[in-house]
Write a protein that binds this ligand. Structure first.
Ligand code: F3S
Length: 376
């Protein structure tokens, strides 16, 4: 991979050990992936924030790197942490867990990163323009950036996104190249999709059974539906999708690509495979984090059970909380240790949350539409 004289200087440690480490990571990634050079990025979204997912080893790694004085060079937002940074006591999170979490946030602060702690940075001002290159970790936000915003990012790890943020560049390969962004599968949606849970079930089914970038036809998703669809597709390692006449690069399709249809029975299969209980302890909405309009809709449904709604901190000021509905920021039902709070089952309308709550946290899950869950 070609490096400019300035990039060589960073690699040789002339701009400090912290930047050198970041450059070493970008060069290694670029070389493995046959990148020809580094390109400038407009922003970064860094994952690897929750103490639940990175543990002591990850926290120590960050502490060490952040002591080497490197600062981020571009707008950088942070993924959800393991607790609500203000309400953790009130919600019952263990103090030792919260203390470790706050140390991780402090380490990110040393790099100059604000604790935005949301997986929907595009709802709080980190909105790259069409065609801009970015370095976003967090699979649901990376797929949204590629598909809905038309920005270009690989599905970064927390470490590679942080390295890119420090250098202000990323290696040019994968989803940064136009030839890798075309649809490789056409999906004609025959099943009727009524709500976000249906869009999530569609994404989960396609991600589970197919690889490559799908182009969906016959659907008219809202922006929140696109968020749910992308997050579920990303569970199956997909980094981009197109929706005919809706997403900005939908005209990109390989000639002669495979065509499949998504039927009522496929929708049912998806719901059945994500459901492991009938009566959840609480309802968790907000994977990916909720927009303000989603929260207002949830509040109107007058839930019978306790509902935890996860969203970016900035959205809280637009919401009047209601009986039974807790508005929680900085974290989510997957990366926070719900299992340590005595919760053994959740209801959710997110296929991603349903999948990871069962497989990462060992919780039982009721996967259904928000409307049905609120009636429980
Ligand atoms: Fe976001 Fe947590 Fe879901 S980080 S996409 S709410 S698993």
């Amino acid at each position: 991979m070609h490096l400019t004289a300035q990039e060589e200087r960073i690699l040789n440690g002339e701009e400090g050990e912290g930047a050198q480490k970041a450059m070493e990571i970008l060069v290694a990634l670029g070389e493995i992936n046959n990148a020809d050079r580094l390109i400038k990025i407009a922003s970064a979204q860094v994952s690897g924030v929750s103490y639940k997912t990175i543990g002591d080893a990850g926290a120590e790694f960050l502490r060490d790197w952040s002591s080497k004085k490197a600062k981020v060079k571009v707008l950088t937002t942070l993924n959800p942490a393991g607790v609500d940074l203000e309400m953790w006591k009130e919600l019952g999170y263990p103090k030792d867990f919260a203390d470790r979490q706050l140390e991780i946030i402090e380490a990110y602060g040393n790099f100059g990163i604000m604790p935005s702690c949301t997986c929907t940075p595009y709802l709080i001002g980190n909105v790259p323009k069409f065609g801009e290159h970015v370095s976003w970790a967090e699979s649901s936000s990376a797929i949204f950036a590629n598909s809905v915003l038309g920005a270009r990012t690989n599905r970064e790890s927390g470490i590679s996104a942080l390295a890119s943020a420090i250098i202000g560049k990323t290696a040019r390969y994968g989803m940064h190249l136009t030839e890798n962004r075309a649809a490789a599968l056409v999906v004609d949606v025959e099943a009727e999709l009524k709500d976000q849970a249906d869009y999530a079930a569609l994404g989960y089914y396609i991600g589970k059974h197919y690889g490559g970038t799908p182009l969906f036809r016959n659907i008219k998703p809202s922006s929140d539906d696109l968020k749910a669809l992308g997050a579920a597709l990303a569970v199956g390692q997909i980094s981009m999708f197109h929706v005919e006449s809706i997403t900005p690069e939908h005209v990109l399709a390989e000639p002669g690509v495979e065509k499949v249809s998504f039927e009522k029975e496929d929708l049912k299969e998806s719901f059945d495979s994500l459901n492991t209980c009938e009566e959840p302890d609480i309802i968790c909405i907000g994977c990916p984090h909720c927009s303000v309009s989603e929260i207002n809709n949830i509040i109107k449904l007058n839930a019978r059970k306790e509902v935890w709604v996860f969203t970016a901190r900035q959205n809280k000021r637009f919401i009047k909380s209601r009986k039974n509905v807790k508005i929680i920021s900085d974290t989510c039902m997957v990366v926070s240790p719900l299992e340590k709070l005595g919760i053994s089952s959740i209801g959710t309308n997110s296929a991603k949350a349903a999948f990871y709550s069962a497989n990462l946290s060992g919780l039982k899950v009721k996967f259904d539409s928000a409307e049905n869950l609120m009636r429980q």
